[in-house]
Design a protein around this ligand. Structure first.
Ligand code: ZN
Ligand code: FE
Ligand code: FE
Ligand code: FE
Length: 195
């Protein structure tokens, strides 16, 4: 296919990210299943729901461009998921596995953030404002997911961060209480990360 315009490129790359999201729908439940921390499991399950919405939103993007939704295998997502699966086969300490799962999930989010940021810019350069707005919505969701994962990563080493970061709130984990007050009621997944 000849990429003769930015519009064509936009349409082609939408097929890639559409594939990426669909692959992720299958991978996230496996990652959640391998997580020991209840907060991490919840975050991954929540992002699964969000991802379902993103697939539908992409279908709206295709519609706004007057194109049928089509997927073209995203090899990058395939590779990221493959690496995550291999890693989850390893015998690991629970909290270390959680750290590894968070790392894998953040690589995915960063890939998506790059993809959606680019697509949003192209859509807006093409004057496809509805598409640009939809893509921006998903970009924001991916950013929130990434931030939440960063908070969870810190809470693996510092349980107080988990208590104050609040599992459900977005942008969590910026713990103000780095001191000792051991009042935290940890919800689950007891083991702390050994440095
Ligand atoms: Zn994605
Ligand atoms: Fe996504
Ligand atoms: Fe891709
Ligand atoms: Fe995501």
């Amino acid at each position: 296919m000849k990429l003769d315009s930015l519009n064509t490129l936009l349409e082609e790359e939408l097929k890639d990210v559409y594939s990426a999201e669909k692959q992720l729908l299958k991978a996230l439940p496996k990652m959640a299943k391998n997580a020991s921390s209840g907060d991490l499991r919840m975050a991954l399950q929540e992002h699964l729901e969000v991802t379902r919405g993103q697939v539908q939103r992409l279908e709206q993007v295709f519609q706004s461009l007057g194109k049928p939704p089509k997927a073209k295998t995203c090899k990058a997502m395939q590779g990221l998921i493959e690496e995550a699966s291999e890693m989850m086969e390893e015998d690991a300490e629970e909290a270390v596995m959680d750290a590894a799962i968070i790392g894998s999930a953040q690589k995915v989010e960063h890939y998506e953030i790059a993809a959606y940021g680019t697509l949003r810019t192209w859509a807006s350069l093409c004057g496809q404002n509805e598409a640009a707005e939809l893509l921006q919505e998903t970009l924001d969701e991916e950013g929130e997911a990434d931030k939440k994962l960063s908070g969870l990563a810190e809470s693996l080493v510092n349980p107080e961060a988990e208590a104050s970061g609040g599992g459900m709130s977005s942008g969590g984990g910026k713990s103000s209480s780095r001191s000792s007050g051991r009042s935290s009621s940890r919800k689950s997944g007891g083991s702390k990360l050994r440095r």
